[in-house]
Design a protein around this ligand. Sequence first.
Ligand code: ADP
Ligand code: MG
Length: 666
Amino acid sequence: MPSNLVTSISGVGPQAAERLNNLGIRTVTDLLLHMPRDYQDRTRRTLLRDVVDKECVVQGTIVEVAEHYKNQRGIHVFFEDDTGRGALRLLNYGSYQRNSFRIGSWLYVYGKPAYGNTFIHPQYRVFHEDPGEPTPEFRAVYPATAGISSARLGAWIVQSLQETAFFPKFHHDDLTLEQAVREVHRPTPSAYPDSMHAAFERVVFDEMLAFTLVQRRQRQHKDRETDPLRSVEGLEEKLLHDLGFELTGAQKRVADEVLSDLSKPVAMRRLIQGDVGSGKTVVAALAAIRAAENDTQTAIMAPTELLAEQHYQVFSEWLSPLGIEVGLLTSRMPTRQRRSQQDAITNGHAQVVVGTHALFQEKTIFKRLSLSIIDEQHRFGVHQRMQMTGKGENAHQLVLTATPIPRTLALTMFGDLAVSTIDELPPGRTPIRTTIHANEVREDVIAAVEQQLRNGQQVYWVCVAIDENEETNLSASTTTFEQLKERFRNIGVGHVNGRMKVDEKNEVMTAFRDGEVRLLVATTVIEVGIDVSNATVMVIENAERLGLAQLHQLRGRVGRGGEQSYCLLLYQTPLTGSSRERLEAMRRSTDGFELAEVDLKTRGMGQMFGNRQSGVDPFRVASLASFVERYEELGSVSESLLKENPSLADEIIGTWTPEGQGYAAS
Ligand code: ADP
Ligand code: MG
């Protein structure tokens, strides 16, 4: 079989491969499963006299080529059909392009005119002779990335469609995945858009089926044998003794459940659900100690670099005194440092390793991994989890989440995991007081913040932009940052956002933790994990735009010390009925589960978990809502597949598994 890596496509070199990687595309299969976001109607030619302010196809003979250098270098290519004259304008071009424009040649242009009949940087092609009417087509438009345009993606996809050996021959709804993929990328014009929709649904079905198959397989492996991890030296007691606090009843119960799982000769599969601040980390630490006592390793996966680093600090603080070596591995570490960490992992020197998904990379080989802990599970799909499992043959698996997942969803998503719930917060915490304020009284909110700052407290100020796009998010938070910095000149005001380099982010966060920065303006990047007990105020602007799960997560950043903490939710007026209901729920309740139910009721599954921000959605193409809706059907299709044709089932899973592997190992 030919190589499935994208570099096997002619024209895709290492640099393009790296860029494709940004889109989650590593293999030709991934590329073919990169779905269009739209289609260009190129079925008809528009005469130049009929051009309006809309995308269209125009064609004509080149009659004049003018290059100019004043102000801005540019080239004008004038062309004519029987009804009028048009112009193509390029500002950036090379000599190859310039030389291709010859008087008398034919020009095919697709685009939207910038003004009149002038097209600036449209898509175009030059022909030696009249190519005749354009071939009718609906051309796919793809989500692109820096350095790789939709057109290039399209060209590679069309090229790759000639290779179909990668798709399993599985019929559903009268279509194979291969047929569906062809139709989606190159819809039949006469049947557009119906057959394209049907084909898209077929692709969606395939992904949901793959996911279901993975789950079923996981379940089959549930009782997988492994080495039991028994208490050896009593290091756990030592940690509990040194901690400086008593575990809550709920922590004790859950820790018992976990440790008892570990001492069995069957690989643990357990999810710990517990509200923000409920103290999941210490339970994870107890499990890691147990693994270390048995001369085995633990991998701890965090969703962000920041959180990985924070965990690294906490684990080092707790475990180093016990003689357990803790390591850190993130993708953005300097190469040399990362290599030496990887060596330490491979030779077994690092006993507990905290990291981001770099841990998943094949390069990282553990000497003897017996436990993998995944924090904030909602950020990782089952596929990643399986990949992680692949690292240690029969590793025990512990998943931590603060997202209160409603029961129905928990069953469909994590059906293969046993669930423990930490339903009690550590004592001595005064419940956070939540208030809601119209944006018009922003000044009052600032005054309240000032009061807290005077008292020596620290404040988070989170900005949410109108469309939750990081770009606008950033600009909203930058504006607020400038404003508050001006306002509180004598106080350290910091700013973190998703655009910053890890080092920069860390620097600000560290300054905040150490109290040098007292007011921290942030985008929602601080959502998970970070722990600063002196922070007592959380202000969230445009709170009505966030889901309750996310608001609740953010609010959980405060209220970690003994002081009374406050959460101030600012909203943009006018507020719709359901938004009001949701903010009211935030004010009334601090119970994550109750809030999740309200969220589900007022926003629906798709809204609640369907966006990238929530991260619960493990699908590339399918939606969580339709997965839940079709759960039964998917279950019965996969049951019979697994029974009748298990190797076909493997192929289907393989199609959708990232990097085309990882599954097989688990
Ligand atoms: P989460 O469940 O959100 O991950 P953490 O494990 O980060 O919560 O715990 C939040 C904070 O509470 C940490 O500073 C932790 O040390 C502290 N903590 C955990 N358990 C207890 C306890 N039983 N008593 C007092 N403080 C605790
Ligand atoms: Mg945590």
